[in-house]
Design a protein around this ligand. Structure first.
Ligand code: GAP
Length: 433
C-alpha cells in the first residue's frame, strides 16, 4: 500500500489534501493524473450504464436536500455507527473497529457504545438554529426517489427502468483511513433500478453480472473479487438482500461495491410523508403500483484504488546495457483508464527533433490525452511513462528526420514499431479501439 500511496503522490495522481497546512484528516486531492483517471472512470460508467442502455436516465441533483428527505429515508434514525470513548486518552473509536494499537499504547477503559449519526450537519442561510439545520447527502440515491415523479412524467419510461447519478456523498466516518478507501467526502455512481416486485430476483442477478463485468473492464480479475452475502442484522435498514463485492486490498479484503434490493421502502415512505403519489401506472393494463428497486452502487474512489492495486506491477526489464536488467514499475491499466494515452518523446532536446516532435504532439493531442517530455534520458522517460501507465510512447529520433517515421513503444510488451509520422494518428486510433 505504501508503494501505491507514494507513487500517487510522486507522479501526481493523489495528494494529501491541504498539505501545506499539515493536511486535513483523511482528505485527499486528485492531482493532474488522478483527475484524468477519475474522469475516465465516470465517463466509461456513463457510456456503459446510461448511454448504451435504453432503460436508463441520468440526473444530477443538489447535494443538500430538504432535511425531511433524511428523516423519511430513515437516515436520521438509522444511519449510525456504534461509538466508544476511551476514558483515559479521550479518543473515539467505532465499537467494532478498535485499533489494537490503542490497547498497547493507552489501554484505558472504554465507555459503553452509543450511536453516532454519520451525516454531516450544516445550516442553510445566516441563522444557525435547529429550524435551519440541513445535511450533506450521505448517498446520492435519495434524489432518484425524490425526483422519481418528475423523471417519470418528463421521460415517460416504462418499467423496468433506472435512474442513475454520479456525485459526491459525505459521511462523518469515525475511523476513516487506508488512503482513499474510506474518506469523509467521496464520490458514488449509483443506479436505482425500478421494477415490478415479482421480478426482483431476476433483476438482482442481472445487476450482479453487470457489476462483475464492469469490474473486469476496470482491469480487475473477476476471480479476485469475493461476493459476500450480507446477513440480515448487518444490512442497511432499507435492504431485504445485499451483496458486497469485496476486493483483496493490500490492507485486507474489503467492500468495493454493493448491490441491494431496497424493495419499495423509499418510494413508499416518501409518498406517505410528502402526500405525493409516487406510484407507476402500467400503460397497457392500467394497473397502478409502487415500483420496487434494485440498487447497484459503485464508489468512484474505491474503483480507482482497486484498479491501481490490480495494475501495479514490478518486473525485471532489460536496460540499454547488454545483458543487464533493472526493476521497472509499470501500471498495467486498461488503456481506456490510463490518465495519459500517448507520450511524445524526442530523443534529445535538439531543436531539429522538436521541430518534428512538437507538431506531431499538437496533432495527436486533438485525439488523445498526450504528454510531451524532452528532459532526461530516454530510458528514464520510458520508466516514468510505465509508472503512470501510459500505453504508448512515440519517440522521435534523428532517423525520423530522414525517413519521416517514429518509433512507437508498447507499455506492456516494450516492443517497438516503426510507423510513418503521417500514419501515427491512425495507428494509435486502431490500438485504442
Ligand atoms: N446508496 C447505497 C449506499 O450508499 P454504501 O454501501 O453505504 O451504499 C456505496 O455505499 C459505495 O460507496 C460503497 O460500496 C463504496 O464503494 C462507496 N463508499 C461508501 N463509503 C465510503 C467512504 N467513506 N469512502 C469512500 N467510499 C465509500
Amino acid at each position: 500500500m505504501s508503494k501505491i500511496v507514494s507513487l500517487c503522490k510522486r507522479r501526481g495522481f493523489i495528494f494529501p489534501g491541504s498539505e501545506i497546512y499539515g493536511g486535513m484528516a483523511n482528505s485527499w486531492d486528485y492531482g493532474p493524473l488522478g483527475a484524468e483517471m477519475k474522469n475516465n472512470v465516470k465517463q466509461a460508467w456513463l457510456k456503459r450504464f446510461v448511454h448504451e442502455r435504453p432503460d436508463m436516465l441520468l440526473i444530477d441533483a443538489a447535494l443538500i436536500m430538504n432535511p425531511k428527505v433524511w428523516e423519511v429515508s430513515g437516515h436520521v434514525k438509522n444511519f449510525t455507527d456504534p461509538l466508544v470513548d476511551c476514558k483515559t486518552c479521550h479518543e473515539r473509536f467505532r465499537a467494532d473497529a478498535i485499533p489494537p494499537e490503542h490497547a498497547a499504547a493507552c489501554g484505558g477503559e472504554l465507555t459503553g457504545a452509543r450511536q453516532f449519526n454519520l451525516m454531516f450537519k450544516t445550516f442553510v442561510g445566516p441563522v444557525e438554529d435547529a429550524a435551519h439545520a440541513a445535511y450533506f447527502r450521505p448517498e446520492t440515491a435519495q434524489a432518484m426517489f425524490v425526483d422519481f415523479k418528475n423523471v417519470l412524467q418528463s421521460a415517460r419510461k416504462r418499467l423496468p427502468f433506472g435512474i442513475a447519478q454520479i456525485g459526491k456523498a459525505f459521511r462523518n466516518e469515525i475511523t476513516p483511513g487506508n488512503f482513499i478507501f474510506r474518506t469523509r467526502e467521496f464520490e458514488q455512481m449509483e443506479i436505482e433500478y425500478f421494477i415490478r416486485a415479482e421480478t426482483w430476483e431476476q433483476k438482482f442477478e442481472m445487476w450482479k453480472e453487470e457489476m462483475l463485468r464492469w469490474i473486469e473492464h476496470c482491469g480487475i480479475a473477476r476471480d479476485t473479487v469475493q461476493l459476500k452475502e450480507v446477513e440480515a442484522g448487518e444490512r442497511a435498514h432499507y435492504s431485504k438482500r445485499t451483496i458486497d463485492f469485496e476486493y483483496p486490498f493490500p490492507f485486507g479484503v474489503s467492500e468495493l461495491y454493493g448491490l441491494a434490493y431496497r424493495t419499495d421502502f423509499d418510494l413508499k415512505n416518501h409518498a406517505q410523508a410528502s402526500g405525493v403519489d409516487l406510484s407507476y401506472t402500467d400503460p397497457d393494463t392500467k394497473e397502478q403500483f409502487v415500483p420496487h428497486v434494485i440498487e447497484p452502487t459503485w464508489g468512484v474512489d474505491r474503483t480507482i484504488l482497486a484498479a491501481l492495486c490490480a495494475a501495479y506491477h514490478e518486473e525485471e526489464a532489460p536496460t540499454a546495457e547488454d545483458g543487464k536488467t533493472e526493476t521497472r514499475v509499470v501500471l498495467k491499466l486498461p488503456k481506456w483508464l490510463a490518465p495519459i494515452k500517448v507520450a511524445v518523446l524526442p530523443l534529445s532536446k535538439k531543436e531539429e527533433l522538436a521541430k518534428v516532435a512538437y507538431p506531431l504532439y499538437e496533432t495527436l493531442i486533438k485525439q488523445f490525452v498526450c504528454e510531451y517530455d524532452e528532459t532526461q534520458s530516454i530510458g528514464k522517460r520510458y520508466r516514468r511513462q510505465d509508472e503512470i501507465g501510459t500505453p504508448y510512447c512515440v519517440t522521435v529520433d534523428f532517423e525520423s528526420l530522414e525517413d519521416n517515421a517514429v518509433t512507437i513503444r508498447d507499455r506492456d510488451t516494450m516492443k517497438q514499431e516503426r510507423v510513418k509520422i503521417a500514419d501515427a494518428g491512425e495507428w494509435l486510433t486502431q490500438k485504442f479501439n
